[in-house]
Design a binder for this molecule. Structure first.
Ligand code: CMP
Length: 138
């Protein structure tokens, strides 16, 4: 099934000049970029994005981090792209991430894990609509 998913190069990835590295890996694996832009969320916008994590112990910290600098938000499209991108990204905790994944290679802690990816079709749809309108998707 052709799906869309949301990828984010997080503020640590942007700050460390990893945008090209991440995009190179995505394209290298044959994932198609259909939308992309750089944004800088404020705290309220970061809280809105991570609403599903509200109340969790890391919520304040991750929303501070995600509003600390610019991010690159990307929509990927393709057959089974949600699972394929999650495989390329690696586990949330880089210590559990498989060899050769983005997080294993570049994350520095569980929060500063370089990239985000939607975890389901339903959340991909919500996350894509949070950042993009129809005219920005190609
Ligand atoms: P992400 O996949 O974007 O989803 C939620 C984010 O919260 C996660 O990546 C991390 O950046 C951050 N985070 C910090 N601590 C935790 C934790 N214990 N479990 C899950 N996510 C965490």
């Amino acid at each position: 099934m052709v799906e869309r998913t949301l990828s984010i190069v997080k503020p640590d990835g942007v700050m460390r000049n990893l945008i090209g590295e991440v995009i190179g890996r995505l394209e290298g694996e044959g994932l198609k970029i259909v939308a992309m832009k750089m944004i800088h969320m404020n705290k309220a916008q970061a809280k809105g994005f991570y609403k599903v994590h509200e109340g969790k112990p890391f919520f304040e910290s991750v929303t501070d981090f995600m509003s600390s600098g610019p991010c690159v938000v990307i929509i990927l499209e393709g057959e089974n792209v949600i699972a394929r991108y999650r495989e390329i990204m690696g586990a949330t905790n880089y210590k559990d991430a498989a060899e050769g994944t983005i997080r294993r290679d570049f994350a520095t802690d569980i929060e500063k894990n370089v990239v985000h990816g939607s975890d389901s079709l339903e959340n991909a749809d919500i996350e894509i609509n949070y950042f993009f309108n129809a005219l920005e998707i190609h």
